[in-house]
Design a protein around this ligand. Structure first.
Ligand code: 5U1
Length: 685
């Protein structure tokens, strides 16, 4: 393809993919299938690899995560990012309202009611319609530059549409939806990593990763909640209209926001969401009440770092106390023996809680939780509540109870050896250095059923219609004994039709969904196989490195350990997986069914991987920032000072003396703008 034609096609693909991203992530209303979307992305990646000169930082391919950073840069906020004052009761809200009335006099106003989401506040700057900077709130005046990480959040537009100001900033809350938070903690518990206490910490931990590829794997989302500033364009006179305007530019605005005419309506809005908060897909700890009229907001101003024109009206806490009656052991998908707290039923925030997660033996001992304790339980975003710890006054009772021991809880054979509570086999192991006990029986039915469920789940092969209930039915009826057999269901139509709630139409849809999953990217398949310790992030790394199942299955321990982010635990787990004959049979079955076992198409190459650049002086073809972004997009790094690690000093017009002197002293290679352009095109200099 000629460069001019490639450029045109790239532009077209970018626009098309951006539109599909918008429909999927912002409007929640996709127009094409995952497979069609993947195909467009692959075409774009292929063209950008062939013509790197047309790769731009706002390309949708750049969301996958750039190279890791050593530290975050600092961003000065042109306007401080404020925090919110709190009202914890009806009386405190009324007091805020009275103070507001006093200051506004006879001026009429209304309110905007919004959810206060438990996430991380960020500021996004757009110049000429393109996202240039994403920053944390920090201390309100200076935050961290987390642009590369925020670019991986699919609902943040990399470029906006419509009539936008030449330069503007929006603010919003980045968050991890409840389901994503729970999944992340489950994976971490299995790997013996410390758990995130709440979705806020998990969102902050995800966004503040120095390696954007890790951020890219976390299902972060955002709601924009205000316009920070806009240059050279008149903006609407009310907050409500401003939000509609931002929506028209392509930003994601919470559909639960509401315009409220009076303080009574504010109270009603609050009461409604106190009741319904559990049904929300995200964790909210209150509502935010804002005066709608911007002119009035400006008149009311701030006090300290808090605006007088807004307040957070907090929901009541969702903690409760109850008695820990028993600790049971469940067997998880990878054979983990998971302790589960059986509680005296208690209502917390309107829901009756009978079970809670306890994660692992070490965690239980660290918190000194014992059967018979009165424990504090919390529902912080998880569907499964957590045991926080014993209440101080339960110590007396606890002293009579033994410290928790998982082995004590297991059934035993006549020789006193522990058995798996599900398959009854003498198969309990605790690998050295790990916190979890496992059932090592590859045919343990509890594991087999959950492996099928995991294989079909959203982050894996994403087979609609196969969740927990359906995988249990298929497994228990003997229709599907492993993942590969899902692809043979076509031959078992008659038996499928005999299942409860399965008519012609649902069988048809199920088979269609199974068929569509054959084309999922390799990383998803690797994740779907359910190899112990391989979460989505590691699966991506393995897919990039091996590009096919076959070489992965043959990789040696040394080969695996050479890969960044793969330590002995993961390497051993991969080796153990591929040592099992049963797993080879499954892979063979997948192959015969036509499931894609390799990466298709070219991926964007990283010709500057490992190269460190320092730029001095003015460049002609682009600004310094643009040059640095292009370097980063191709895997290189850009630094401010010359050190021994610098690969090239790029010398533009009127270069600075210090960098040149240092480069001369260290013998750092110096190149001009022309050479830089060649490198950016993937050519030699
Ligand atoms: N929904 C929403 N969340 N939130 C958080 N609006 C909102 N506004 C905020 C904050 C900190 O601050 C502005 C009122 C300054």
């Amino acid at each position: 393809m000629e460069p001019a034609e490639a450029k045109q096609r790239i532009e077209k693909l970018k626009a098309e993919i951006n539109q599909h991203n918008y429909r999927y992530y912002v409007l929640d209303s996709p127009e094409i299938s995952d497979a069609e979307y993947d195909e467009l992305m692959r075409e774009l990646q292929g063209l950008e690899a062939e013509f790197p000169q047309f790769l731009t930082p706002d390309s949708p391919t750049q969301r996958v995560g750039a190279a890791p950073l050593e530290a975050f840069g600092v961003v000065e906020h042109p306007l401080p990012l404020l925090s919110l004052g709190n009202a914890f009761s009806k009386e405190e809200l009324a007091a805020w309202y009275r103070r507001t009335l006093k200051l506004t006099g006879s001026q009429k106003f209304d309110f905007a009611g919004e959810h206060k989401i438990d996430g991380l506040a960020v500021a996004l700057t757009y110049v000429d319609g393109k996202l240039t900077t994403g920053a944390t709130r920090g201390d309100g005046l200076r935050g961290e530059d987390i642009t590369q990480n925020l670019k991986t959040v699919r609902s943040i537009p990399l470029s906006v549409r419509g009539d936008f100001p030449p330069r503007f900033e929006v603010r919003g809350e980045v968050f991890l939806p409840k389901a994503g938070f729970e999944k992340l903690n489950r994976e971490r518990a299995e790997e013996g990593l410390p758990l995130f206490a709440n979705p806020r910490n998990a969102a902050a931990g995800s966004v503040r990763q120095l390696d954007p590829r890790i951020t890219a794997r976390r299902p972060l989302d955002i709601y924009i909640y205000m316009l920070g500033y806009a240059e050279d364009r008149a903006t609407p006179p009310t907050h409500w209209e401003t939000m509609q305007y931002l929506k028209s530019l392509g930003f994601k605005i919470n559909p639960n926001n509401q315009l409220l005419k009076s303080i009574e309506e504010v109270e009603e809005y609050y009461a409604r969401w106190v009741e319904r908060r559990e049904s929300l897909p995200y964790e909210a700890d209150g509502i935010v009440v804002k005066i709608n009229q911007i002119a009035l907001q400006e008149r009311l101003g701030d006090i300290g770092r808090e605006p007088r024109w807004a307040v957070a009206y907090k929901f009541p806490a969702v903690q409760g106390t109850t008695v820990l009656e028993r600790i049971d052991i469940n067997v998880g998908r990878t054979g983990t023996l998971n302790p589960v707290a059986i509680l005296k039923p208690v209502a917390v925030g309107g829901v009756t809680i009978k079970h809670a997660a306890l994660h692992n033996e070490d965690d239980i001992r660290r918190k000194d939780i014992r059967v018979g304790d009165t424990v504090v339980i919390q529902r912080a975003g998880e569907v499964i509540p957590q045991v926080i710890g014993p209440t101080p006054d339960s110590r007396e009772r606890a002293r009579r109870e033994k410290e928790f021991s998982l082995l004590d809880k297991l059934p035993k054979n006549d020789k006193g050896r522990p058995l798996c509570p599900e398959c009854g086999k003498e198969s309990i192991v605790k690998p050295e250095g790990e916190v979890m006990y496992y059932c090592s029986n590859a045919t343990c039915p509890a594991q087999a059923q959950q492996r099928i469920e995991h294989f079909a789940s959203r982050g894996a092969m994403d087979i609609e219609g196969i969740g927990e209930a359906q995988s249990v039915i298929l497994f228990n009826h003997g229709l599907v004994k492993n993942a590969a057999e899902l692809y043979r269901l076509e031959e078992k139509r008659a038996e499928l039709l005999e299942l409860e709630n399965m008519g012609e139409k649902s069988v048809e849809n199920l088979l269609k969904a199974i068929n569509a999953s054959k084309e999922r990217p390799l990383a998803r398949l690797i994740f779907a196989l359910g190899i112990r310790h391989i979460g989505g992030e590691t699966a991506e790394i393995l897919a990039r490195r091996f590009r096919s199942i076959e070489p992965l299955s043959k990789a040696s321990r040394d080969e695996l350990m050479k890969i960044e982010a793969i330590g002995p635990k993961i390497a051993d787990s991969i080796l153990a997986f591929f040592r099992q004959e049963e797993n080879h049979k499954i892979i063979q079955g997948l192959k015969e069914a036509g499931v894609r076992l390799e990466e298709k198409g070219k991926t964007a190459e990283m010709p500057l991987d490992g190269k460190e650049f320092v730029i001095t002086g003015r460049l002609e073809s682009f600004s310094r920032q643009e040059a640095e972004e292009k370097i980063k997009a191709l895997g290189g790094t850009a630094k401010d000072g010359v050190t021994k690690k610098t690969s090239y000093l790029v010398v533009g017009a009127d270069p600075g003396g210090t960098k040149l002197a240092k480069a001369n002293e260290l013998g750092t290679p110096q190149i001009g703008e022309k050479e830089l352009l060649r490198l950016l095109e993937g050519k030699a200099i």
